[in-house]
Design a protein around this ligand. Structure first.
Ligand SMILES: Cc1ncc(COP(=O)(O)O)c(C=O)c1O
Length: 426
């Protein structure tokens, strides 16, 4: 499932409470120390716990449960999806289901390269594109290809909690950096967080969990800082742009990118959310043609796709993309927009601070002072909401106490039920 459903724990984060690897030695049984540290010794995944709790509530009583814990897309793929798959299956080219080049079908990579080149004004070539098993597959392949143990990955917080596990898998260390007003980038704080071990700056815009879209002026300032700081490092800092929500924008806001601003950028996306195909696992990464070692990077990413056992992204899903994307098919984002706006309005009336939702299907409201100051803060409120059969994730799970994360990828009845529960509980 998408988002953080299968996420049994977190990995290393600089300043996190994850115990040292030695702490798992007595209990790790057949596991490698690295996996045992993630699975057994790190702080428990809140999202996982809340998702399971929702299941328990459902089993215990037939009363409805309003589960806003997970970011599993609730919208079905657009009708063009079914038509495209049927067309492919009724007129199958021979060899369609065989192995291929690890990076993907050449014609699909050419399609993606041309489409992204038009969108970002960057001269991508097919060799810059590697098709992946979702955005998660792309991020892990890239981590394997470019991060060494002890390398640091700077990330604006709050952030998608899976990043901790992805870093832990290669022994890298996540370095969260506070964001500014309305979760915008604090470029000075990023500058301060960069050190001799910094290897990646990981940006996720539109953001999970906050919905923030990083602005042009923020990215311009960031590009200046990165160019300057990279001069002192043996290898330039790699910007990794993770953008699976870029086509779930409500009101036509642009989603600016570092691709046109900073040469050492790798762009990652997937169609898990905008086409509602999370279970089909299709995404890709695009290496900036201006990145240092561009060709070597492409070779390494292709190699890592192979040796991590993905071998290649799903063949049928690759073939379907040009058919779907030529007409810019996507899910009806107005449904997510309506849910988020209704919930944001209701929460504001109760005193929560909620930036105007712009994209995706998450809200990250700040508790009113009276609830923040209460013993237990976001965790206590989460527990009270559970009693009202409404399941959310406390901000502490994202390194940001005093907030809640709500996934509005749900039906209207769940939005109604959850609003009523908030009114009763707050
Ligand atoms: C910010 C972010 N990055 C990556 C992913 C992984 O997406 P995919 O399902 O395409 O692997 C998610 C999924 O929830 C996400 O929210």
């Amino acid at each position: 499932m998408a988002d953080d459903v299968a996420h049994g724990g977190s990995g290393a984060a600089r300043g996190s409470s994850a115990p040292a690897a030695a702490g798992v030695d007595g209990v790790r049984g057949p596991l490698s120390r690295r996996v045992a540290t993630t699975l057994l010794a790190s702080r428990e995944s809140w999202t996982r716990r809340m998702f399971e709790l929702a299941g328990q509530l459902r089993r215990a009583s037939p009363e409805p449960v309003y589960d806003l814990s997970l970011g599993n897309p609730s919208l079905e793929p657009p009708s063009a999806w079914r038509e495209a798959v049927l067309r492919l299956l009724t007129d199958e080219p021979s060899g369609m289901h065989r192995y291929m080049t690890n990076a993907g079908f050449p014609e699909v990579r050419a399609f993606v390269a041309a489409r992204e080149a038009r969108r970002y004004g960057v001269a991508f070539e097919p060799n810059d594109i590697t098709m992946s098993v979702g955005a998660a597959g792309a991020l892990n392949v890239l981590a394997q290809a470019t991060l060494d143990p002890g390398d640091e990955v700077v990330v604006p917080a709050p952030y998608f909690s899976e990043y901790e596990a992805y870093c832990a898998t290669v022994g890298a260390i996540l370095v969260p950096v506070a964001t500014g007003p309305e979760f915008g980038l604090d470029v000075a704080a990023i500058d301060r967080a960069i050190g001799p071990r910094t290897r990646w700056l990981l940006l996720n815009s539109p953001n999970n969990p906050t919905g923030a879209i990083y602005r042009e002026d923020e990215l311009d300032a960031l590009a200046v800082v990165l160019a300057e700081r990279s001069r002192d490092l043996p290898r330039p800092i790699l910007v990794v742009e993770d953008a699976p929500y870029r086509d779930l924008v409500y009101a036509g806001d642009a989603v600016p990118s570092m691709l046109s601003r900073y040469p050492d950028t790798v762009f990652v996306t997937s169609h898990s959310k905008d086409l509602g195909l999370a279970g089909e696992r299709i995404g890709y990464l695009a290496i900036s043609p201006r990145a240092a070692g561009r060709d070597l990077l492409a070779r390494a990413v292709s190699y890592c796709t192979r040796v991590l056992g993905f071998v290649n992204a799903p063949a049928l899903m690759q073939r379907v993309l040009p058919l779907l994307l030529a007409n810019e098919a996507r899910v009806d984002v107005s449904v997510y927009a309506r849910n988020c706006r209704r919930m944001a309005g209701a929460l504001r009336e109760l005193g929560f601070e909620v930036p105007e939702p712009k994209a995706g299907f998450f809200l990250f409201p700040r508790l009113p002072a009276r609830l923040r100051d209460e013993s237990g803060g976001d965790v206590a409120l989460t527990e009270r909401l559970v009693e009202a059969r409404t399941v959310v994730v406390p901000g502490v799970a994202f390194g940001t106490p005093g907030y809640l994360r709500l996934s509005l990828a749900v039906d209207e009845a769940a939005v109604d039920g959850a609003i009523a529960a908030f009114v009763r509980t707050c």
